[in-house]
Write a protein that binds this ligand. Sequence first.
Ligand code: GLN
Length: 394
Amino acid sequence: MTDPSAPASPLPGATAALVLADGTVFWGRGLGAAVTRVGEVCFNTSMSGYQEILTDPSYAGQIITFTFPHIGNVGANPNDLESTTPASLGCVLRADVTDPSNYRSQRHLDDWLKSVDLPGIAGVDTRRLTRRIRDLGAPSGALCHAPDGAIDVAALQKLAAEWPGLEGMDLAKEVSCSQTYIWTETLWDFADDGRSDGFGTLAEPKFHVVAVDYGAKRNILRNLASQGCRVTVVPASATADEILGHKPDGVFLANGPGDPAATGVYAVPELRRLIDSGVPMFGICLGHQMLALALGAKTEKMHMGHRGANHPVKDLETGKVEITSQNHGFVVAEGSLPSGVTVTHRSLFDGTVEGLKVDGKPVFSVQYHPEASPGPMDSHYLFARFRELMERNA
Ligand SMILES: NC(=O)CC[C@H](N)C(=O)O
């Protein structure tokens, strides 16, 4: 039922609204599933790859604003999914979704959003919303798609205001696999040009990697397989004994959603034992943050986070700058790093820690997403670096 005291929609025929905890309302036209979702509102500046972004499990608990205005114009297909069921909560778009025009498209974005139960809102002034997030930090918000226009702003504001926020939330346990499984699919073969399922299969594995699944993206596992690794994917709750019981040549710590400190409660003691075991380790994003916690450092919530495919990062060892794909709202507090841990990479946007290595041990990590799905492939060398560590350790 519509609350009569609620502000009237300034947009005739509005079928969706995004209401922030402070009462700010963005009216628009609904797309996707006709549902309401409540979470943190963030923004991503990538100009492509909306399907990979929406299915990245690291986005659990988040409503994603796309700053790029034309989303949906290349449709949707099954090859661009980073997970089967999206953990993100919905999308906020500037322009209405036009008919898809791309040879890889198999269905309309609106149709795909419906099939995975995700709501969207189009027609929003995403520049205004993004500036608000930049200036005031990522707010809680409620996104409602109601095809009959019955939108109760006061009720949505209440939902947003009561949402507890990502700090202290362990969401890895919600998106992690429940059973151990084997991954051997390799990267997309561009020679195939996307006209069929062009993923390969690892023929002769050279290494065995155990990947701890805090919310792993498929293209990370494909990158490992393309480096010759047969990957055993284990749940986030796996113990060091279980992981080492697989006799891995290397241990990979995946990306994932939520607050690393909350996830660390059960994972950190296990990671400490893995670091001491001398096995080569590589962590990405949440995996990097968890590694830092296991080394005795602290993590903290960022003001608005880093989300996009255009973030410059400097490799402090080579002096090279790589353009990276990022998605994180927490960061390792540099001042809390113990001696024996070296900062290897730094953000050229805000100077924050983007990479670490442990002196004298085959252990390193990055805060960004070197698989770059979507994004430039400047950082693929890190998967080769992990393989080289395993070669040297053999
Ligand atoms: N991509 C990720 O792994 C995200 C890590 C963590 N949830 C953060 O927001 O900082």
